[in-house]
Structures are given as C-alpha cells and as structure tokens.
Write a protein that binds this ligand. Structure first.
Ligand SMILES: Nc1ncnc2c1ncn2[C@@H]1O[C@H](COP(=O)(O)OP(=O)(O)OP(=O)(O)O)[C@@H](O)[C@H]1O
Length: 312
C-alpha cells in the first residue's frame, strides 16, 4: 500500500510559474521519505496539494489510498501535519493547543506526555504568543503527533530549531517510524535527510530529478571515492594513476589526493604510498550527499553521467 501517490501532479501559477511539473511519486507505507530541494523547487506546493490547501492544475494525488480532494476529512483525521511556518493562537497555551487537536481528532493522548516528548514540559501553560520560533515549531510538531497518525507530513520540520532541537526531532521521527508510521518530510538540510530517511527524492525547478536511497543515488552517479594522504615527502615515480581503479591523482605540496572507482581501491593506494614514504595522515570520505545534491540540482548531471531511473 502506498502512503502517498501522485500521478502527473502539476501546479501552474499564472502563465509563467510552473511550481510542480508532472510529478509521479510513490511513498511506500512505513517509509521515511525525505523530499529535498533548493528554495523554490516546489516542495511546499506539492505538500499543499497533498493536503488540499492548493488544487493541482493537472494530475491526481492520493494519501493513504484516499483521494486528496474527495476524502480530505478522513485524511486529516488519520495524518499528522506540520505545515510550513506553523502558526499558533497567541492567547492559547501549548496545552490548550494540544487539547484542541486531541478533541478534534477524538484521540486520547495525554497532553503532558506530548509536551514532555517535544521538550515543552516546563512551558506548557504559557501563552504560545510568547514562544520563540523553535518553541512554536516544537508545539506544531507535538500537534502533528496527536492521535498516533498513520502518516506524518512535515514541511521543513527542523526550521527554527537549534541543533539539540533538530536532534530531538530526528529521534522522534525515528521512534514514530519504528512504530510503523510513514513519514514524508521536506528539507534542504542534507545531513538530516541522510541520517533518517529510507529514501529521498530530489526536486529541482518543479521536477523530481531523482529518487532512491542515499546509497542508490551515490551509486548511480558514480562520482568515485576520494582518499587524501598527508605524507612526509612526495616520492618520485609513484605512478598511482597506474594502479587499477584509480581514476585521477593530484598532488599539492605534501598532500596526495586520489579518486578511486571503488572504495576498495583506496587500500591499494595507501599501500603503494606507504611503501615509498612515511604517511602522516589519511582522510577517506564517501561522496557526501551535498556533492550529490549539487550534481543533481546544478545541471552537471546531464553532462557527466546518464540520468538515473526515477523509481517512484
Ligand atoms: N501562491 C503562489 N503564487 C505564485 N507563485 C507561487 C505561489 N506559491 C508558490 N509559488 C512559486 O512556486 C514555486 C515553488 O515554490 P514552493 O514554495 O513550492 O517551493 P519550495 O521548494 O517549498 O521552496 P522553499 O524551500 O523556499 O520553501 C516558486 O517559484 C514559488 O515562487
């Protein structure tokens, strides 16, 4: 069963803005799916169409196998939503906000437990109008968790949170996923997506340019595995590029960097260098998601590698 499915989903604003362009996306039940993209990529517009806040120009969408336009009430009852820039009623306390959602959903959550969970235990009886941005975001997140939803849709959930708040939010998302909740969240924070998502989708200029696990996407791009060695002195005749699987080598002072076709080749590089000189330091990195993201969203992809199959 799909938690979210869109077919040809398209939103135009006037003649000139194509905010979402022919989006075919499937988020499977139980998945944590990160929806990545730079500003203006179309992430919020997609979420707003899933929630029926915005009507598509073309295409269809379902949430929990229900039609987003015909079955809005049932969908809202079964999902938890943190909208972009969640707003609060200034005069109501966090507890009153939570109680309101609990009553509306006919749920039986304990407001104190929710306040504790989102880190607002000491502030639950203060009027929300005096909350900081991060506290407001925590409250919005707590409201999304009411009623043990089948699906969480979170638009930039870490917006306004400090590093501790982001970490706590990630832990809660993981706990929810472990209980079987599907999670769909947008972000432009790559580390966040890499840390907790089963799959990611990258949006750029309204189009879904790639989907897959972070590992899949890295494999598809085949950007190579870099290794950097800091040595005593660069020996003559090293000829690292002659090692099988070494794609390129650069030397800067006493720093040697080799890009390998495969991480296993790094060992050969280290052995060859260590047999010729003293190695002081080794830095071995995987291709970061950031590099991946830039490759997909800067248009380099078309020039360097074939387009990966969009699996959604
Ligand atoms: N109500 C609207 N009227 C006109 N254009 C809009 C409207 N809402 C969004 N857009 C345009 O649609 C495009 C996609 O915007 P959207 O907010 O969906 O992007 P986003 O990926 O969520 O960006 P961000 O990360 O900045 O929130 C942008 O060009 C934006 O200016």
């Amino acid at each position: 069963m799909a938690a979210i499915q869109t077919t040809g989903l398209t939103k135009r604003y006037g003649e000139s803005v194509l905010a979402v362009d022919d989006l075919d996306l499937t988020v499977e039940n139980g998945e944590v799916f990160g929806f990545l993209g730079p500003n203006g990529a179309g992430k919020s517009t997609t979420i707003n169409m899933l929630l029926d806040f915005v009507r598509p120009t073309h295409g269809t969408a379902s949430v929990l196998e229900l039609d987003v336009q015909a079955d809005t009430d049932e969908i809202r009852h079964r999902i938890g939503v943190l909208p972009e820039g969640a707003s609060v009623y200034d005069r109501l306390t966090a507890r009153e906000h939570l109680q309101w959602v609990i009553d509306t959903k006919g749920a039986d959550d304990d407001p104190d437990a929710l306040l504790e969970r989102v880190g607002l235990a000491g502030d639950g009886d203060r009027a929300a109008g005096g909350y900081s941005k991060g506290m407001t975001q925590r409250l919005g997140f707590g409201m999304a968790l009411v009623g043990d939803p089948d699906l969480l849709i979170l638009d930039e959930p870490s917006s306004g949170l400090d590093p501790t708040g982001m970490q706590e939010m990630r832990e809660i998302i993981t706990e929810e996923a472990d209980r079987g909740t599907s999670v769909f969240f947008s972000s432009h924070i790559l580390g966040e997506v890499e840390a907790i998502c089963d799959r990611i989708g990258i949006m750029n200029e309204g189009r879904l340019v790639a989907t897959g696990t972070p590992d899949d996407l890295q494999g598809e791009l085949d950007l190579g595995a870099p290794i950097t060695l800091e040595v005593e002195a660069v020996p003559d005749g090293l000829e690292l590029e002659r090692l099988e699987g070494v794609r390129s080598v650069s030397v800067d002072g006493t720093t040697i960097t080799a890009t390998c076709a495969d991480p296993a080749v790094k060992v050969d590089v280290v052995e060859r260098v260590a047999s010729a000189t003293a190695v002081r330091d080794i830095v071995s990195e995987d291709v970061s998601l950031e590099q991946l993201f830039n490759t997909y969203t800067n248009g380099e992809r078309e020039e360097t590698v074939p387009a990966p199959e969009v699996t959604a």
